[in-house]
Unconditional design. Structure first.
Length: 394
């Protein structure tokens, strides 16, 4: 009988060079590692294997996961003006991470925590560290079992249309935690999933931080001790920001970042404490690309968006290479009978904001609607592609 085996690793990625930061304006906000590091950046990896298939999950304290430059529409909504988002990793990085585990690229899922206080580019010096961590994990697999739990988080709120706290628009506050243990009950790794933009750190903006999501992972890792690696999987957070943040705060917000990180950790610890055993087989994945039509004046008629699905028994993770609006979580959840349905944006590439059909019609506008390259018809095409992907995992 097959049994899940796996291993988790964590590697330091804090930049050692002067680094333009992704998230706002890399030409303006440049961090000096000698003076501007508030807390360390990490990559966490999980290699999972059932004796037939092997899958790799990588979570990185970075903003995006693209290997080619992406041309986003100008935030002002002016066409045809673009903002060029530099490649986060060199081309071929994801493929190389797959080779390190002995699998094809489509068996690797790469996730940005979406902190806006990390370098816009991680070169070979840093991606090689992740590659080695994957190789080490693949060589040290051990039998694992898993427990999972779900609840709600209080750190998230809708941020449309002014990138500010807005209670009037609903969001899915789902918070999921999965703990992987050895057969004798020793925790070795975990996965956390919720939707929230880690954009709380301001005044000034040129500092390096994993933000409150990274600090929550660090605190959870400290709870379980050395060797435990916690992967944060950013959810469908296109229109979701940190609770209470209005972007007009006059003072340094890092103390707030620390408090919110501790709050998120507390929620995770509570859920993990009551987590129940789950089935971890079958282990399988699927990946598709769908061409979504772009709006008038965009420089090309469509963009190929990557959808990736991973099933680990009763746990399903659907990942998309867009900043996906939160409303899609409820829509896609209806297509899946899995007890634990997780969603991830800014994964396996970067393809801009993807609003829901409702957002296209609500007239609120805002930053996300200005910068999306897609026209309204993209919404239904995305839903149908995601539905077909989910069906492949059942």
């Amino acid at each position: 009988m097959s049994q899940l085996k796996g291993a988790f690793r964590k590697v330091l990625l804090t930049p050692e060079e002067i680094s333009p930061l992704q998230g706002y304006d890399p030409n303006t906000y440049i961090a000096n590692p000698e003076t501007d590091v508030l807390d360390d950046l990490y990559a966490r990896v999980a290699v999972l294997d059932d004796g037939i298939q092997r899958k790799v999950i990588v979570s990185i304290d970075c903003c995006l996961t693209n290997e080619t430059t992406f041309q986003a529409a100008d935030p002002s909504g002016q066409a045809p003006v673009y903002r060029h988002l530099l490649q986060t990793f060199p081309e071929g990085t994801r493929c190389g991470w797959g080779e390190a585990a002995g699998v094809e690229e489509a068996s690797v899922s790469v996730h940005a925590t979406h902190t806006h206080s990390a370098p816009e580019h991680f070169g070979e010096k840093y991606t090689a560290r992740i590659r080695q961590a994957i190789r080490n994990a693949a060589n040290e697999l051990q039998p694992l079992r898993a427990r999972a739990g779900s609840g709600e988080t209080g750190v998230s709120v809708n941020r449309r249309p002014r990138l500010q706290h807005n209670d009037e628009l609903p969001i899915d506050r789902s918070l999921h935690a999965v703990v992987f243990e050895t057969d004798d009950g020793r925790p070795v790794g975990g996965i956390v999933n919720c939707a929230v933009h880690p954009t709380l750190l301001i005044n000034p903006l040129h500092r390096i931080s994993s933000e409150f999501v990274g600090l929550a992972m660090k605190e959870w890792e400290q709870e379980y001790g050395d060797g435990f690696a916690a992967l944060f999987i950013q959810g469908f957070s296109g229109d979701v920001g940190p609770h209470g943040h209005y972007r007009n705060e006059p003072d340094d917000t890092y103390p707030w970042v620390q408090r919110l990180g501790h709050e998120l950790y507390g929620e995770i610890a509570t859920i993990a404490g009551r987590a129940e055993p789950i089935k971890t087989l079958p282990l399988e994945s699927a990946e598709v690309k769908v061409g979504l039509p772009t709006r008038a004046m965009y420089f090309k008629p469509s963009i190929d968006v990557t959808l990736h699905g991973l099933r680990l028994g009763e746990f399903v993770l659907v990942s998309v290479s867009c900043e996906v609006f939160n409303g899609y979580a409820g829509i896609l959840r209806s297509f899946c009978a899995a007890p634990y349905m997780l969603f991830a944006g800014v994964s396996n590439g970067y393809c801009g904001y993807l609003p829901t059909a409702q957002a296209y019609g609500d007239g609120l506008g805002g930053y996300e609607m200005n910068t999306t390259p897609y026209r309204a018809e993209a919404s239904d095409l995305f839903v149908q592609a995601a539905k077909q992907l989910i069906a492949q995992l059942h």
